[in-house]
Design a protein around this ligand. Sequence first.
Ligand code: GDG
Length: 725
Amino acid sequence: MKLVIIANRIPLTIRGTDPLTFVRSPGGLVSGIDAFIKKANISNRVWIGWAGSHVKKKDVEKIKTTLEEEQNCIPIYIPEKLMDKFYNGFSNKTLWPLFHNMPTFASYKQDEWQAYQDTNKLFFKAFVDNVEVDKDTYIWIHDYHLMLLPSMVREFYPDAKIGFFLHIPFPPPETFMQLPWRKEILDGLLGADVVGFHTYEYTMNFLRSASRVLGVEHSMGEIVYSGRMIKVDTFPMGIDIDIFNLKDEKIDSQVVSIKEILHHKKIIFSVDRLDYTKGVYNRLLAYEDLLKRREDFRGRVVLILNVVPSRESVEHYQRMKRQIEEKVAEINGFFGCVEWVPILYHYKSLPVNELISHYRACDVILVTPIKDGMNLVAKEFVASRQDLKGVLILSEFAGASKELGEALIVNPNSIEELSKAIETALDMPEDEQGFRLKAMQERLRRYDILRWGNDFVNSIKEVSSKREALKTKELTNRLIRKLKEIFNNSKKRLILLDYDGTLVPISRNPNAAIPTEELIYALNKLGSIENTNVVIISGRKKDWLEKWFKHLPISLIAEHGCLIKSPGESWEAKCCLNQEMREKIKNIMESYVDKLPQAFLEEKDFTLAFHYRNADQEMASLRVAELVDELGSLIANTELNILMGNKVVEIRPASINKGTTAVSLCQDCDFIMAMGDDVTDEDMFKALPQKSITIKVGTGPSFARYYIPSQKNALEILNALVEDY
Ligand code: GDG
């Protein structure tokens, strides 16, 4: 396997170019992926990303050669101005606040959106220019900076194996839809085979947004979009436990010295990047509240507040830094004395072993973001505490809270709750600390970084092999020529054609889905061929079919088989519907039309259909479930059944379906072809004799032998059959 990682940053950031010096890039994304690659022993990996602002255009080639040869990294040069609009602008002033559900902080600027598109194109170019893609190549694109990239790659390599993982939250649809470029972002992401998130909540937010913005529905997290299946799933990122539970003398002595320097006072630790999502200010307010309420803690506790520099060129971050520092000074000034400084504040990044020493030296760790995709600090702390001591206070709005339920879970917006939680933590008996930590450690061990990465890559594997399997079913031009040959050589032919979604695209307004002249021409010609029974087999009303096709030499089947009409003859009814029952069904359906805006009722001769294709899909899913429940109890023990079609619920006679109807027309036929797109057509695909050529329009699971991507291909098949006649 060759693994291509594409992320905003490569794992190394250039510090100087003469000589070339670099440091490890900061953040959870880089440390997580790097750990996965090492643990999984993936030797063939390429990493594409930005290498930091020290890289000048003239040095790019030199850096590229060194990094490529030594580290297998492809650094991307992004001109400073473009980077500013892409990174500080669209990524961090639009997407970051919006995706953290803080829309009031988000700005929407056209030139920054343009820079985002241009930068995604730069990443795409670097990928295409530097990576050879073969069957064994897995392309894993990361995070909110590169959401347009999956589609760009897909367009260039239609069969590529592509995964996308979002490290930050995906917001609820109401928030996401505020983005003027929401459709473009979803289009971009859906170029991947797998789109992954940290928590079920984000996965559902994404699926709900896709439904609202693009009108695509999912089934168990699978979406069919642009003729492809995409898996949307939850992969909570784990950590490399071994790094944090490592026995190390240097760390042990650092732990001892931290404790000694602080005279064995209780230590509360806090470490985050500078960011308004991390809730640092509220933490300070809570600590202040605690010191006010519990005088006995004064002089006995110390808060080590480590803020890691981040996004310093964004004004909002500078303001926040000032605000934090003023509050620290205020608390220290008010409560502090010669022997005791309540807060030890550091604005820097700690070396990893010092970070681990702090995790191990503290009594309480405060991880209380207002919103956080996952938060690896919480997990790292838990893994570090092999002594089974220490208490994790964790925000319910960090993705990690879904896995670390034994922490003290808090709402960080409540200063009172936070302050009480610190108090509870400081007073917590050691055995309670122990059993909480143990349960969390076991969970972290089971779903560690290796499992996270393997699950994700395996998921890409599964989806792409499904795509491959589907390909073997694609009705290619070569197969169409073969089909034509069989057609020409047969003596009695039956051609069954569903209408909506098969011969014409599904339309928001069913009356607007009228046949094109080309289609009428092809049907006319096909129906005129001797010994060829062409049948439109539809769920539509007889009047509508008659209006458009009466003059053609073809048979018509309305209402899934309830009514049949041969060319030049009148309609023949195949069933009946009790009037009293009809009224009851109608009343129920009408009451749901009132409850679900944009839904409508279609009354036919023998069936009643409740359509909801234009309704809000989320509301529809609830209402339709209620409707089906109600109808189900009404028609129990009757001759009727419920048919769940494509955004339609229909009540029809149980004995009639497209399958039974189609089979009744097959006698003596040596060429049977059926085309359809909907669940009702599956009855036909299942029931027809094995030798039949059954074709599904669109992808997705089906009993049909072949599939074609769209209605356009259906017409091409009809045209191929009538050629030479
Ligand atoms: C994004 C999402 C998601 C922190 N301080 C120091 C330091 N760190 C390391 C930690 C940890 C990483 O940085 C921080 O990871 P987080 O998960 O907390 O946050 P982000 O970097 O903002 O990451 C986040 C993550 O992606 C992964 O998907 O969890 O929600 O926002 O590994 O150890 N490392 C060192 N010194 C420090 O002072 N050496």
